[in-house]
Design a protein around this ligand. Structure first.
Ligand code: ADP
Length: 595
């Protein structure tokens, strides 16, 4: 014993304790008791100090992971000396994904990699043994083979597959004991035939039992390691979540950039299609050969399909980029519905389907909605209904619910539904079909063409106008899509802008010679667009002048004072908007011109 307490203890049996006299025996018994007490106190002190150091380590790990965001691996390597002391280990390995770092006495990197694969397959987050060779016989071929192993195995499968392993190796126990005795006899047999253990023999026996084993991992070791595991798990999850957040953010940025790019490029993407379709239309009356006519028809119909697809993609991009604005204006809902009916009349006739409109008479004549977007919604819903119906009917129904008056403003709740007696939509697909590019799986819908964008756009547009789109459908019986708009403002006939009758007859072929003779200035930087307009107007009574940019437009307008200017919005040097402002501000160009 020294001033701190018990310093060490040598204990031996005496071969024949009964030969000791009574007093010596009592003295030894007393000494044994004192030593025992001292040993317990010593162990308790040791446990307390271990616990404190362990807490400190956990705290340190927490801190460094929180503050510096240092990689878990680095933090653990820094804590290696402490970990050795706490776990009475002589080697430590940290494996993070496939990168391995070690300190002290450990197997080689390849051996560690194989061990880690084996440990992962065991599926336990904390794994320990005091005799590795028994559990993992491969280790007997290692140059350095540790006897005991305590391992933390963290495998995170999502959001990103990651794995962390902390391995603590303990040497064989025997190596830590040095025998210094010189006693020769092992087990001796007494005169009366009883075996007597002598120290050397009992040491040999002990050595046999602990051969190839390390000190066992105590409950306290396992408690420590479980706590360490929890801390590491938190760190691992934090790192993984942070990586996921970064990835999500990048994906969102990329997605937004894509949508913005497409939305901004819409002009450039549509322009060549206009040229393809426009020039084909101009060619049609000039070509008389039936085979060539067939080719032109094919170009026209493929061009129209492609344009519809481009329009859908661009619309969706515009919505996603937040560039789709809703313009509320007074509209005649009745006219819109009638128009939609007449657009699809021919298709319904071809399929021998009834296309009916059921119009609630209490719907106000003029309401405030975005006409273009409403047409787009109805066009998609009625188009789908006809596409997916082979017999029966398609009904467009408008109902007006709850006319209300608030602060002098009249509003109504409006329900527009499109019902068909078609193939119906299975329940499991009823939410899915509102996602972009989604179509109902299975053979039924395979024979119908489409991109799977129509309903996504319809849904988004309805929501942009403050409405909801719902679906009720039964397979084999039909579907009913309903748009519900609440508090739609009622407008009055007087607020309705004077509609140019020409705009209602967009489809009609126009004879430009019916217009008074004019000088027309066409401003567009794209040559095919200028040529196209020249093609449409070339055989007419009108005089055409062409400009390639805003600046030239102003100069030519000053020079010729045209009656009509067709001005492209996007042009180099001076864009259409800027040019229009200058043209309007200058009395020389803004005499009789229409822009
Ligand atoms: P598209 O019609 O271009 O494929 P949509 O987004 O308009 O894309 O529709 C998605 C899918 O929803 C269609 O492919 C079809 O499977 C299903 N669907 C839409 N409307 C109907 C309907 N009225 N009846 C049956 N199925 C429909």
């Amino acid at each position: 014993m020294d001033e701190h307490g018990l310093w060490g203890l040598v204990a031996c049996h005496h071969g024949q304790p009964w030969l000791l006299d009574h007093r010596s025996r009592n003295a030894f018994i007393l000494l044994g008791k004192v030593a025992n007490l001292e040993l317990m106190r010593h162990q308790q002190r040791q446990r307390q100090s271990d616990r404190q150091q362990h807490q400190q380590l956990i705290h340190q790990l927490h801190q460094s992971l929180q503050e510096t965001g240092q990689a878990t691996q680095q933090v653990l390597m820094q804590a290696a000396p402490l970990l050795w002391r706490l776990f009475a280990a002589d080697g430590l390995a940290v494996v993070f994904d496939h990168s391995i770092t070690t300190q002290g006495v450990t197997p080689s990197t390849e051996e560690l990699a194989q061990l880690v694969t084996w440990l992962t397959a065991q599926g336990q987050t904390v794994w320990s043994t005091d005799c590795l060779v028994q559990q993992y016989p491969d280790c007997q071929h290692w140059a350095q083979h540790p006897a005991g192993l305590l391992a933390i195995n963290l495998v995170i499968r999502s959001p990103h597959p990651n794995s962390y392993h902390l391995l603590l190796f303990r040497p064989e126990q025997i190596q830590t004991v040095t025998w210094a005795g010189q006693l020769s006899a092992s087990i001796a047999i007494n005169d009366d035939g009883r075996p007597t253990l002598c120290p050397r023999a009992s040491f040999d026996l002990w050595q046999e039992t602990v051969q190839g084993r390390s000190q066992i991992w105590t409950a306290q070791d396992l408690d420590f390691v479980n706590e360490l595991r929890n801390t590491l798990m938190l760190a691992a999850l934090k790192i993984s979540t942070a990586a996921l957040e970064r990835a999500t953010e990048q994906a969102q940025i990329a997605n937004r950039a894509k949508s913005e790019f497409l939305a901004n490029m819409s002009h450039e993407i549509r322009t060549p299609m206009n040229a393809v379709l426009g020039f084909t239309a101009l060619l049609q009356p000039l070509v008389h050969d039936p085979v060539a006519q067939g080719y032109l028809d094919a170009i026209t119909s493929s061009g129209q399909t492609l344009l519809a697809l481009i329009n859908d993609i661009l619309d969706l991009s515009k919505i996603e980029a937040g560039q789709m604005t809703i313009r509320y204006e007074p509209i005649h809902l009745h006219h819109v519905i009638k128009d939609i009916q007449s657009i699809f009349k021919q298709k319904a006739l071809e399929k021998r389907l009834k296309l009916r409109t059921i119009y609630d008479e209490s719907v106000p004549a003029v309401i405030l909605l975005d006409e273009i977007r409403l047409r787009q919604i109805l066009f998609n819903l009625v188009g789908n209904a006809l596409k997916f119906t082979e017999r029966g009917y398609v009904d467009i129904e408008v109902n007006c619910i709850l006319p209300q008056q608030q602060d002098g403003i009249e509003t109504v709740d409006l329900e527009i539904s499109v019902t068909d007696s078609g193939i119906g939509i299975p329940e499991e697909s009823q939410t899915l079909i509102f996602d972009a590019f989604a179509q109902v799986e299975g053979s039924l819908s395979r024979r119908y063409e489409g991109t799977g964008l129509g309903l996504t756009i319809t849904h988004r547009l309805t929501e942009l106008m403050g409405g909801t789109l719902t679906l009720v459908s039964e397979i084999g019986k039909g579907s009913r899509f309903t748009c519900y708009f609440s508090h739609v403002d009622v407008a009055h006939e007087a607020s309705f802008p004077q509609v140019n009758p020409m705009s209602r007859k967009r489809q009609q072929v126009i004879d430009f010679n019916q217009l008074p003779k004019m000088t027309i200035l066409i401003a567009d930087d794209i040559r095919s667009n200028r040529d196209l307009l020249a093609g449409y107007l070339s055989d007419t009574i009108h005089t055409l002048i062409f400009a390639c940019d805003g600046q030239q437009t102003i100069e030519l307008a000053q020079q010729h004072q045209p009656d009509l200017i067709l001005l492209d919005l996007r042009m180099p040097h001076l864009n259409g908007q800027e040019a229009a402002l200058r043209l309007k501000a200058d009395p020389k160009t803004w005499g009789a011109s229409h822009l």
